[in-house]
Ligand binder design. Structure first.
Ligand code: SF4
Length: 300
């Protein structure tokens, strides 16, 4: 049988739930401690949440109901409730519980994915999520982006690698799945830096990983830097090659939840590749096949 080049989220979900499972993005209107002054101001230099919120409007319950009705019309009955925008554990434990209970209300919800920052994870919050994890599969999506403190400082992440490490370990101690977000092409990072980040995440044995290429979107500090010629973006070819190398380093059983970034067209300034995601994935597969590469192959 032909070996899969990587362990995709779709195949993992199909295997686990026996059918197609879709994500239902929810905007709970949390804010971010890296914007409101608790941790920092201005946010990460690339952040414009308008560029990635795909949620419906209305109350949390309405957002989920509206999207689920659409899915049902397409014959999709199982879904993942996905708290995507901003920092979705930036609240008290009681508030978090209220928000989650509003979003998770029927048997179609098989999993709960919560995007957040390392500095908004603590024992109490992890305990709460672990309670939900007894009833529904919980994954915490934790932004790392780079394992290099100098880069984290440069992109104004407002946390260190050490803080990420601590949050990761708290979540794992409570039996929660963790999906780590990584960005390739951050300012001043070399190929070796990116590879080191992947090696670090691989050493943690993260349950899943999301890879993104750096996007310049409107109304961000990165946009200003780009306009001033201070940022050099990766070409599609370079990104593909780094991604291929990263996949060979990842443990075979880590789920690859994303291979490329995604930004809403009207906010995106650069880069304008790929023209088509499916073509990019085909190119990646072809390249990896030609070079005998597959997920985990560097660890054999
Ligand atoms: S990317 Fe996330 S952590 Fe950074 S400013 Fe935006 S919402 Fe906050």
């Amino acid at each position: 049988m032909k070996k899969n080049i990587y362990k995709s989220l779709n195949s993992f979900l199909r295997e686990k739930y026996g059918q197609k499972v879709w994500k239902v993005p929810v905007n709970a209107e949390f804010t971010c401690p890296n914007r409101d002054g608790k941790r920092g101001t201005g946010g990460c230099i690339y952040c414009n949440n308008e560029s990635f919120s795909g949620a419906e409007t209305g109350s949390i319950r309405e957002q989920v109901k509206s999207r689920v009705e659409k899915l049902k019309k397409r014959g999709i009955n199982k879904y993942i409730v996905y708290f995507q925008s901003y920092t979705n554990t930036y609240a008290s434990v009681d508030e978090l519980k209220m928000v989650i209970d509003e979003a998770v209300f029927d048997d179609g919800a098989v999993a709960l994915h919560i995007g957040t920052r390392p500095d908004e994870i603590d024992e109490e919050k992890a305990e709460l999520l672990a309670e939900y994890n007894k009833k529904i599969d919980v994954t915490v999506e934790l932004g790392l982006q780079s394992a290099h403190d100098n880069t984290l400082l440069l992109i104004n992440r407002g946390h260190t690698k050490e803080e990420f490490d601590q949050a990761f370990r708290i979540l794992k101690k409570h039996g929660l799945d963790v999906c780590v977000h990584i960005i390739f092409g951050l300012p001043e990072e070399s190929r070796e830096d990116m590879v080191e980040t992947v090696k670090y995440v691989s050493s943690l044995k993260a349950d899943s990983v999301k890879f993104h290429h750096l996007h310049v979107v409107k109304d961000t500090k990165l946009f200003e830097m780009y306009e001033n010629g201070e940022v050099e973006l990766l070409t599609e070819e370079k990104y593909m090659k780094i991604l291929a190398e990263a996949l060979t380093i990842l443990p075979e059983d880590t789920v690859v939840s994303r291979l490329i970034g995604d930004a809403a067209g009207y906010t995106l300034v650069a880069p304008k590749w790929p023209k088509s995601k499916s073509e990019f994935l085909l190119k990646l597969e072809r390249y990896m096949n030609e070079h005998g590469m597959y997920q985990g192959s560097a660890n054999q």
